[in-house]
Design a protein around this ligand. Structure first.
Ligand code: C2E
Ligand code: MG
Ligand code: MG
Ligand code: MG
Length: 278
C-alpha cells in the first residue's frame, strides 16, 4: 500500500502523522472539558510502606481519566498533552486540592503529589502551591512534592528558589524516578531535597542484573551519606522487597502491597492500621 502511494512512502507517513495529530487534538479538547467539569478525572492513591514493617506511612496521588469513549486512561496518555497545552497547571492544582482533602481525612499520613517540570518552571509556582494547601486547610508538612531530575538540569536560580521556598513552607521534596534522567550527583548538594525515589526500572531488573543491585546499593549509601530518605518504587515480589529492605531503603511502594485505589477504597485498605480524622 505504501508503495502505491509514493516511492519513498512519504505520503503514508504523512497520513499517520495526521491521524496522531487528530487524536492529540481530540484528547486536548476532551481534557479541557474534563478539567472544567471535573466529572471524568479522578485521583487514585497508592500506599507507601515503611521498609521492614507493614505500616502504611503515606500515599501517592496518581491521576486517572475515565474517558467516555476511550475508557480508563493512565496519566502517560494525557499528561504530556496537558504539559504541551499548559493545561497541566490547572490539572496539577486540582490534584493537589484532592490530595489536601485526603491529607485532612488521614492526618497521620504523608501524601505525595507529582509535579510536572512544566508546572514547576511557571513563575510563582511556590506561592501558588502554598496558597492551594492553605486554602484547603491542610498542612504543607503532610504533603510531599515529587519532582524529576529534569527540573534540576537548568541549574536555574528560579527552580532553586522555588524548592527552597516550598521546603521553608514545610513541604517535603522527593526526587522521583531517580537514576533515569541525567543524574548528576552535583544536583543533590545544589538543590534542597529530602528524599530520592529509586526508579522502578531498577527494582524490576533485580534478580536479572547484578548492575541493578549494585546501583541500588550505591544509591542507598549515597542517600544515607547525604541525610536523605531513600524510597524504592515498583516492588512486586517478596524477593525484591527483601533485597531493598536489606539494602537499607526507608520506604517501599509497589503492587506487592497495593496498586493505587480510589479514595473511597482507602478506608477498607487502611482499615484499623491507620488513624482517620474523627
Ligand atoms: P510515578 O510518579 O513514578 O508513579 C509510579 C507509577 O508506577 C504509577 O503509574 C503507578 O501506578 C505505577 N506503579 C506503582 N507500583 C507499581 C508496581 O509494582 N509495578 C508497576 N509496573 N508499576 C507500578 P501511573 O499511575 O500510570 O503514573 C505514571 C506516571 O504519570 C507517574 O509516574 C507520574 O510521573 C505521572 N503522574 C501521575 N499522576 C500525576 C499527576 O497528578 N501529575 C503529574 N504531573 N504527573 C502524574
Ligand atoms: Mg511519583
Ligand atoms: Mg517514579
Ligand atoms: Mg514516572
Amino acid at each position: 500500500r505504501a508503495k502505491a502511494e509514493g516511492r519513498d512512502g512519504h505520503r503514508f507517513f504523512t497520513e499517520d502523522m495526521d491521524e496522531s495529530v487528530k487524536t492529540r487534538r481530540a484528547i486536548e479538547h476532551d481534557l479541557r472539558r474534563a478539567i472544567a467539569t471535573r466529572r471524568e478525572l479522578m485521583v487514585h492513591y497508592q500506599p507507601r510502606m515503611n521498609a521492614g514493617g507493614s505500616r502504611v506511612i503515606g500515599l501517592e496521588a496518581l491521576v486517572r481519566w475515565h474517558h467516555p469513549e476511550r475508557g480508563l486512561l493512565a496519566p502517560d496518555a494525557f499528561i504530556p498533552i496537558a504539559e504541551e497545552t499548559g493545561l497541566i497547571r490547572e490539572l496539577g492544582a486540582w490534584v493537589l486540592r484532592d490530595a489536601c482533602a485526603v491529607a485532612r481525612a488521614w492526618p497521620s499520613l504523608s501524601i505525595a503529589v507529582n509535579l510536572s517540570p512544566v508546572q514547576f518552571r511557571a513563575r510563582g509556582i511556590a506561592a501558588e502551591l502554598i496558597e492551594i494547601v492553605r486554602h484547603a486547610g491542610a498542612r504543607p508538612q503532610q504533603i510531599e512534592l515529587e519532582v524529576t531530575e529534569s527540573i534540576l538540569l537548568d541549574d536555574d536560580e528560579g527552580v532553586r528558589d522555588a524548592l527552597a521556598a516550598l521546603r521553608h513552607a514545610g513541604f517535603r521534596i522527593a526526587l522521583d524516578d531517580f537514576g533515569t534522567g541525567y543524574s548528576s550527583l552535583g544536583y543533590l548538594s545544589k538543590f534542597e531535597v529530602d528524599k530520592i525515589k529509586i526508579d522502578q526500572s531498577f527494582t524490576r531488573r533485580l534478580g536479572e542484573s547484578a548492575d541493578a543491585a549494585a546501583i541500588i546499593q550505591a544509591v542507598v549509601r549515597l542517600g544515607q551519606a547525604m541525610g536523605l530518605a531513600v524510597s524504592a518504587e515498583g516492588v512486586e515480589t517478596r524477593e525484591q522487597r527483601a533485597f531493598l529492605e536489606h539494602a537499607g531503603c526507608n520506604e517501599l511502594q509497589g503492587f506487592l502491597f497495593s496498586a493505587a485505589v480510589p479514595p473511597g477504597a482507602l478506608a477498607a485498605l487502611l482499615g484499623g492500621r491507620v488513624e482517620a480524622a474523627a
